[in-house]
Design a binder for this molecule. Sequence first.
Ligand SMILES: NC(=O)c1ccc[n+]([C@@H]2O[C@H](COP(=O)([O-])OP(=O)(O)OC[C@H]3O[C@@H](n4cnc5c(N)ncnc54)[C@H](O)[C@@H]3O)[C@@H](O)[C@H]2O)c1
Ligand SMILES: [Zn+2]
Length: 651
Amino acid sequence: MKDKFDRMKELIHILSEASKAYYQENRELMSNFEYDKLYDELLELEKETDTVLANSPSVHVGYELLTSLEKEPHSSPMLSLDKTKEVGQLEEWLGDQKGLLSWKLDGLTIVLTYQDGVLLKAVTRGNGEVGEVVTNNAKVFVNLPKKLAYKGTLVIRGEAVIHYSDFERMNEEMEDLDSRYKNPRNLCSGSVRQLNNEVTAKRNVRFYGFSVGDVPDVDFHNSVEEKFIWARSLGFDIVDYVAVTKDTVAEEVERFSQAIETNDQPSDGLVLIYDDIAYGRSLGTTAKFPRDSIAFKWADEIAETTLKEIEWSPSRTGLINPVAIFDPVELEGSTVSRASLHNISVMEELELGVGDQISVYKANMIIPQLAENQTRSGDAPIPDTCPACGGKTEIEEENGIRTLVCPNQFCSAKKIKLFSHFVSRDAMNVDGLSEASLHKMMNKGLLNELYDLFTLKDHMEEIIEMEGFGEKSFHNLVDAVERARKVTLPKFLYSLGIANVGLSNAKLICRYFEDDLDAIRNADADDFTVIDGIGPVIGDAVSGYFRLENNRQTVDGLLQYVEIEKKQPEKTEKILDGKTFVITGSLEHYENRKQLQEQIELLGGKATGSVTKKTDYLINNNKNSTSSKNKKAMELSIPIITEEEFMDMIK
Ligand SMILES: NC(=O)c1ccc[n+]([C@@H]2O[C@H](COP(=O)([O-])OP(=O)(O)OC[C@H]3O[C@@H](n4cnc5c(N)ncnc54)[C@H](O)[C@@H]3O)[C@@H](O)[C@H]2O)c1
Ligand SMILES: [Zn+2]
């Protein structure tokens, strides 16, 4: 018994340290997989000993409240959810009840209270009993109704999330690399749980309701679904759900699993709730869980394998990240042989060594990750020279996280990455130049300066000799380069690869300077900071870039070949008049759905949220996805088009 208690205490300590880092500091000391495993071990011990020790996470939810935000107790506790990984259990749990199956969104849980049709307050889940007041921040969530037709008191619980597409864009533009967020949940939490709502406003936070409180003057006929429909009619976005019975739940779970890849909303499983409100309530709650709903977690398919090596992967920014390379294994239907280890700290935490027996899984069925290291030999060396340029590496430490960097300004990895950034789609957009081809061309001395790209056409002999290149691909490449010579100024500025200057920032800068490149080149750092959305770090980066003679020469060299397109007067011909579009899945050319929607509206069309008979086109880059929208479109014979097809349509 004593040993068991010791272990329980130890587990409680480890788990609460992990929770503190996870919820308070947006850091992960361990993978969710490891966390859940230790948690299950604790539950098992609590069962065996019939004892629950103080501070056990099995009876507490959430996090301690350490922020300086105002606190407020919840009128009824905000609970966690019981979990299963087996569809069979969902069927059993449903019995003869009707259920609603939805995404389990992975963001920050919030309770909103509306009164007299306006938002009165917004409070986070916090530790379940007491939450943080974030009303001002919630007011700038992008999709919350500003005024409700319903004037009574309405309490609605839901999840605040940041979509993947927004997350990726914002992370890319994050001023310094260390402040980048690991996932949309971290970014969302950081964006909402802080004092300045100007920050929140820039982060495109969305709210999806999943629980609508009772209101005295509306009869919902005892149905959760009716509440959802009513809340939607008031202007709220409700989490995507589908009605199920025990006979259909398995196929719907399968359908959700197929849709994960194209779902822009971050999720970490599904939630099933009884539609029958009175029945659900009659079941009551445990200390930690309500009994009217249950979470479904994707059973992580785990595979055992052997670590073959740790590859150190340099980047344009100088960071050199460790990647685990292992004997190939099958996971969730594809072969996996590598997983990012993110930084030195993660690698050290796992005590990795070549030849170790490791287990790997796909986090939320998407991203390969190391779950465990059984051997823990811990002898994987950290290279003291850069794998690309051979220069000496340095270890940097910030917030307890150690990263490896190559400080060499002329590192060849930086050069390859610089070229590959230069030719990438949002920059000069030259098709057909992989990093491998760039590497070969660099080795042949064909590419030294960015503008050498435009002289490749004079090197036909050398290029068609290269492995993987023939005459045809050479001509394709020359055509692609030729096409790329016409470019807008923001894309050109972005293509230079100036630290922290993403495409959106480049656009802001160009708009402010009215597309005058000379003015941008000669501006001081301070001249940039007056631009809304541009901070001193970017100001320094841009002015610093143009101060260097080397860079000035590069730009002059480029301008011999590149023709900066003057902005076309906006095309306002209403060529999409009367056409209705639905947009789904992640976007590649438009920064987010809103931008694509604006384009559609500018041309006289309309973008709506769901596919109906009135829809003319569904825009989805993944035509073969089995998402509900795709299925619906197919049923109604509505054409599904990609972004590129859409762009052709409006050319
Ligand atoms: N890696 C780490 O160090 C670490 C540390 C702590 C916790 N964790 C992770 O967090 C998990 C526990 O987290 P938790 O208790 O915050 O949440 P949970 O996983 O138990 O989820 C329950 C919550 O999901 C939310 N939710 C989202 N969509 C919903 C929907 N459609 N319907 C109803 N509710 C919905 C609700 O707020 C609910 O409270 C652990 O299993 C672990 O994976 C990891
Ligand atoms: Zn280097």
